[in-house]
Ligand binder design. Structure first.
Ligand code: ATP
Length: 205
């Protein structure tokens, strides 16, 4: 990314359910900040994620846990905008808002490999490459160790690959472990584990 001309502030946009935020999210955030030389990374928990079948934990908890998980990252801002939106929340709307709000900045959309592969199913996804540079990180367990977007239909969006160490963890695993009364501290940070316990989150699947 060092050969890409720097055009104003570099803002990373990292969306997800963060239900709960875990070590994989933090590793991805760190990778993006370092490799893209970001000035700021906006972590944006989804509101009503149209593509997730289960109902999400209330946003107030997901925001609180995200603030704890990223507390040691001065360049991370946890941005509640999607949780405050009525109805379904779409990434393209968020990028459009940020584009207007931070005129002149360069936006970088940070995706794990699974999300990148689902991109062509997203609402108005064709508009996304005009608003942001799409950056895709390898995710353990998804189509090997390299980014394969070859199977996508139609013209491919250009994307920038992020090299990150494999962190084989998912929020699904963590919710399952909590429901089975297993310790999740190595997978989430201590304060997040404590928060989950105090608020009795993920007791049932
Ligand atoms: P769930 O298991 O509930 O689907 P998740 O662990 O995939 O959740 P999300 O909040 O949906 O977490 O993910 C947000 C973003 O972080 C996505 O782009 C996803 O690909 C990426 N991501 C999540 N876990 C990892 C991981 N272990 N390594 C790399 N990227 C990850």
């Amino acid at each position: 990314m060092s050969n890409l001309p720097r055009m104003g502030q570099r803002i990373g946009v990292f969306g997800g359910a963060f239900d709960p935020p875990h070590q994989g999210h933090v590793a991805l955030a760190k990778t993006a900040i370092d490799q893209l030389q970001l000035d700021v990374l906006r972590v944006i928990p989804t509101g009503q994620a149209w593509h997730k079948s289960r109902s999400l934990t209330p946003a107030v908890h997901r925001l609180a846990m995200a603030r704890m998980a990223f507390a040691d990252f001065p360049l991370v801002v946890v941005d509640p905008r999607e949780t405050q939106r009525a109805g379904a929340s779409y990434t393209v709307d968020t990028l459009q808002e940020l584009h207007t709000e931070f005129a002149g900045a360069q936006l970088f959309l940070i995706l794990g490999q699974d999300q990148a592969q689902a991109l062509p199913t997203w609402h108005r996804w064709e508009e996304i490459p005009r608003l942001a540079i799409i950056c895709v990180a390898t995710r353990a367990g998804f189509a090997g160790d390299s980014v394969h977007l070859d199977d996508l239909p139609g013209p491919l969006p250009e994307f920038f690959p992020l090299e990150m160490p494999s962190v084989p963890v998912s929020a699904t695993d963590i919710r399952r472990s909590v429901a089975n009364h297993q310790n999740v501290t190595p997978l989430v940070f201590e304060p997040v584990a404590r928060y989950i316990e105090q608020h009795h989150l993920y007791q049932t699947l």
